[in-house]
Design a protein around this ligand. Structure first.
Ligand SMILES: [Mn+2]
Length: 347
């Protein structure tokens, strides 16, 4: 351990250090974070490609004492640098998506326009390229014995990571915190849309034996049918039902128990920041009223950990740069969510 011996956890976060101001190198860290600055298919408001860098910056202010997981940081967390080539490619394809969407909302049929059809193909090829890139990056990290977390970008980014985990775990569940079901089939014609991540995951990765969705409050008929026809593989705890149970006296603890009981022993957490109340993520791509306080989800994580379940990986996505200020509330909340996820991952 090079710099850990003279590291003072009570001091300010040194900018020369890595995430949370920690002094670990990639080799020393037990948990490595892969940033994926990609938001090609974001439908409404861009900004989440800057998420990893803004979270990194805001994470310097996070205090290292966590009463739930004391000294988790001592296991070593390290965030890889943002891959600028991937980011540039994403930004280029993003302009194509804007063209396609402008054409579509004006009533145009992309299939009848040769130039836009070509761009559509390039967008979908780009999604496949990203999926393969994430798979390779995370596979290498897992093979080198690291625990891995992924920071988006939009919600399309973790597909390759979940596929890499499926090479190591024959059966696991996904705990998805989200305002949206993300079960659309090629939303807006984009195979690897952020709104299709859980459709793609459950469709392409049979090792995912269970998908437990929490906080869902914006979804369409097609998605509801997929849930209802999944033979229990997809179990959704809708925001409305959770709130109504609480209005009628159910405790959050009882609801968390129900959520956790729906999950198998091994759990992957997919955390879309828009699952929280939009006051905590006002600049995210598609904010929806309702959702949770951050500490409600931290309590769910605590109960998940106490249940003896193993967290095998996580992603945090859709955290936006959030306007002109250096670190908006979006990134400040994102950094704290990330710290909890890291701590429970190594606990
Ligand atoms: Mn989502």
């Amino acid at each position: 351990m090079s710099s850990i011996s003279n590291f003072d956890p009570n001091s300010v976060g040194l900018t020369a250090n890595n995430i949370f101001g920690l002094p670990f190198t990639q080799e020393e860290a037990s948990l490595v974070l892969l940033p994926v600055s990609w938001e090609v298919t974001v439908s409404y408001r861009p900004g989440t490609a800057e998420g990893p860098e803004r979270i990194f910056s805001a994470a310097m202010q996070v205090d290292l004492f966590d009463p739930d997981v004391e000294n988790g940081w001592q296991k070593g967390f390290y965030m890889l640098p943002v891959d600028e080539e991937i980011k540039d490619k994403g930004n280029e394809l993003r302009t194509y998506v804007e063209e396609v969407l402008d054409f579509m909302v004006a009533g145009g049929n992309v299939a009848e326009d040769a130039a836009l059809t070509e761009k559509m193909n390039q967008i979908n090829d780009g999604g496949q390229m990203l999926h393969d890139w994430v798979y390779i990056q995370t596979s290498e990290l897992l093979k080198s014995g690291k625990k891995v977390g992924l920071i988006g970008g939009d919600h399309s980014t973790p597909l390759g990571f979940i596929k890499a985990l499926a090479d190591h775990h024959s059966e696991f569940g996904i705990l998805q915190i989200d305002a949206h079901a993300d079960l659309r089939v090629a939303y807006e014609g984009f195979t690897y849309s952020h709104a299709s991540i859980m459709y793609n995951t459950t469709n392409l990765i049979p090792q995912v034996s269970k998908l437990v969705q929490v906080g869902i409050r914006d979804y369409c008929n097609e998605e509801l049918e997929i849930i209802n026809n999944s033979n229990g593989r997809i179990q959704t705890f809708f925001d409305k039902n959770i709130k109504e149970q609480q209005y009628e006296g159910a405790t959050w603890k009882a609801i968390c128990t129900e959520i956790i009981n729906a999950l198998p022993q091994k759990v992957y957490i997919s955390f879309d920041i828009d699952g929280l109340d939009p006051k905590l993520c006002p600049n995210t791509g598609t904010p929806v009223p309702g959702g949770f306080e951050a500490e409600q989800i931290f309590y769910l994580f605590k109960m998940l950990h106490n249940s003896g379940r193993q967290i095998i990986g996580f992603d945090l996505n859709e955290v936006s740069a959030g306007g002109a200020t250096e670190d908006g509330i979006d990134a400040i909340v994102g950094a704290r969510v990330l710290f909890k996820l890291c701590n429970y991952m190594v606990a």
